[in-house]
Design a protein around this ligand. Structure first.
Ligand code: DGY
Length: 326
């Protein structure tokens, strides 16, 4: 008999088939009030689960998954699960680092360019017929090339961003991280420093840390106050790494020049969020890795992870391996 797996994200047919050759699949398009009863019944039976980062399965839900052996997510972020809780039950959480680094760094760089050069604001002006004269200094952007980029969280994605900035745009790179990153220091002349110094000395600040108990609320009113009024803030990690209300305040008061955000406290972002009213906020709908090619690679990786982990091989892509019992 094939092991039972709960799939809760729609997959392309070929990859669905691949999963189905290994597992007895219970399929859901997500987890919502309409399918709650069926979903929880399938969860109770499942030995494996596979889905995306948009759906949070709480410990109360997971406590019902009494047969669970492996959780595999089609994302690098794993904050939708309580990793410690799953580790206490000796359940590995598999994720997809690596395959999305370059695409996510492209998205971050797009936010950086859009905010600096005000491209969305100016494009809207053209589309809405408000382009009446050659634009003047009140609508000028600010240079990206040659400026200083501060990266908070110099992991794989941070490093891919540093590559673009340093090699492509001649930017000076500084970073704050739990550990030093000798590779980034060597390849991109990245300078290691504490967060406060980085905030005070960067033209652009980009946050790329995972969301953990330590990073939740890492950047708040005190930190925005350390930034310069002409600096630009980018968040591509998770919404709750920053105090969103404090950011809105900082943007509103022009304490900083602009912000580019791909992640929010609540996703989808409610249309009545004050962020939607701010010309100096560029907002993306959590599209860091959302290209055809990269999402396909992530799905393949997450399925491979599930197949390997279900047969006891945790050698690659296990997010809570360090917490599991031997
Ligand atoms: C990730 O992989 O964690 C991205 O944020 C998409 O969910």
């Amino acid at each position: 008999m094939k092991p039972k797996v709960l799939l809760y994200k729609p997959l392309p047919d070929d990859q669905r088939q691949r999963l189905a050759t290994h597992f007895d699949l219970a399929e859901f398009d997500g987890f919502h009030p309409d399918n709650e009863v069926e979903f929880l019944t399938a969860l109770r039976q499942a030995e494996g689960i596979i889905g995306g980062s948009g759906i949070k399965l709480t410990t109360e839900h997971l406590a019902q998954a009494i047969n669970l052996k492996v959780a595999s997510t089609i994302s690098v972020g794993t904050d939708q699960y309580d990793l410690d809780y799953l580790a206490r039950r000796n359940i590995p959480v598999m994720h997809t680092p690596g395959v999305l680094n370059e695409t996510t760094a492209d998205t971050l760089f797009a936010l950086l360019m859009c905010t600096a050069r005000r491209t969305l604001e100016l494009s809207n002006m053209v589309k809405e017929g408000r382009w009446k004269h050659t634009i003047g200094p009140e609508l000028y952007g600010t240079d990206v090339n040659g400026k200083t980029l501060g990266i908070i969280g110099m992991g794989r994605i941070g490093q891919a961003l540093a590559k673009r900035a340093h090699l492509g745009f001649d930017m000076k790179i500084q970073y704050a991280n739990r550990h030093r990153n000798p590779q980034a220091e060597q390849a991109y002349k990245a300078q290691y420093m504490d967060i406060d110094t980085l905030l005070a000395q960067s033209d652009f600040v980009c946050v790329m840390t995972p969301l953990t108990a330590e990073t939740e609320g890492l950047i708040g009113a005190r930190e925005f106050a350390l930034m310069r009024p002409d600096s630009i803030f980018i968040n591509g990690s998770r919404g709750r790494v920053i105090d969103e209300a404090a950011l809105i305040e900082a943007l509103h008061n022009k304490q900083i020049r602009a912000a580019g955000l791909d992640v929010f406290h609540q996703e989808p972002l409610p249309a009545d969020s004050p962020l939607c009213q701010l010309d100096n906020a560029v907002l993306f709908p959590h599209i860091g890795s959302a290209t055809v090619e990269t999402r396909h690679k992530m799905i393949i990786c997450a399925i491979d992870n599930l197949i390997h982990a279900m047969s006891g091989d945790l050698s690659k892509n296990c997010a809570n391996g360090h917490l599991l019992k031997e």
